[in-house]
Write a protein that binds this ligand. Sequence first.
Ligand SMILES: [Zn+2]
Length: 96
Amino acid sequence: MKLGNLANPAAENFYRCSGPNCGILKKTSDRWWLMWTSAVNFNQPVLYLCAWDEEIANREGTLHVCGELCAQRLQSQFMGNIRESQLRRSGIAVRS
Ligand SMILES: [Zn+2]
């Protein structure tokens, strides 16, 4: 009989999908995607999307994405946010 041989849950990384209304947990065999936004290289926010990479996955601000559908939802959210801030900046001048 073996005692005290429990796996240490802290040693494993758990990733949850950032997709709206998703939030499923990543299994080790799943091929997920990574998305993040950054304004560092250009003068406006840019949306980045790439294949899963353990190092990028652990960076702050990286979104973990389970598949195409969630990637599309996040892209849509990103585009919506930009439109919204553009409209806010231009004020009511756009309307007339
Ligand atoms: Zn998802």
